[in-house]
Design a protein around this ligand. Structure first.
Ligand SMILES: [Cu+2]
Length: 168
């Protein structure tokens, strides 16, 4: 093999390595870009992308429409209750006075509602159809104590669909 041929082979090997490195670089940066896009679309669960709307405050007469949401999108720290014909699970939870709360109910069987008995919290109202999740944001009362909630559909409270929110 003469020197010229050797040189040509060396050049082709160099070009091959260069192209391979280029492909690896593009593939890696491409993956990173995809991840970035995914993260910007999906993100972490925050209030902004949860689909939960409305933040009624105590003594607010306006009853907002609770939003039907996907359970997976609920923001971190959401108080999640499962409603069924036999009751809420859990049937009690605690919040801090004046704290902003995201509350969600998921119905296991039939349609259910969530409503406080205390009229100052009349604006916090949820209803979820069978298998659905419904959520609302609200500001916890500044008055500490126990606030009874229940499903206000006929007969449901009598069947045990009742619970207590403690404001600490
Ligand atoms: Cu019910």
């Amino acid at each position: 093999m003469d020197e010229k041929k050797k040189q040509r082979i060396m050049i082709w090997i160099a070009v091959g390595v260069f192209v391979a490195l280029g492909i690896i670089f593009l593939a890696t940066s491409g993956n990173k870009a995809t991840t970035d896009i995914k993260e910007s679309i999906i993100g972490t669960n925050t209030e902004e992308n949860s689909g939960v709307v409305n933040t009624p405050v105590p003594n607010n007469a306006e009853v907002p429409q609770a939003s039907a949401v996907s359970r997976e999108n609920l923001p971190e720290g959401t108080i999640e209750l499962v409603s069924s014909l036999t009751g809420f699970s859990p049937n009690s939870f605690s919040v801090k006075a004046g704290q902003k709360i995201t509350l969600a109910i998921t119905s296991k069987d039939k349609s259910h509602t969530f409503a406080f008995k205390d009229p100052t919290l009349a604006s916090v109202a949820l209803n979820a159809g069978a298998g659905q999740t419904s959520a609302v944001n609200f500001i916890a009362p500044t008055k500490k104590g126990e606030y009874v909630f229940r499903c206000d559909l006929p007969g449901h409270e009598d069947n045990g669909e009742v619970g207590v929110m403690t404001v600490k």
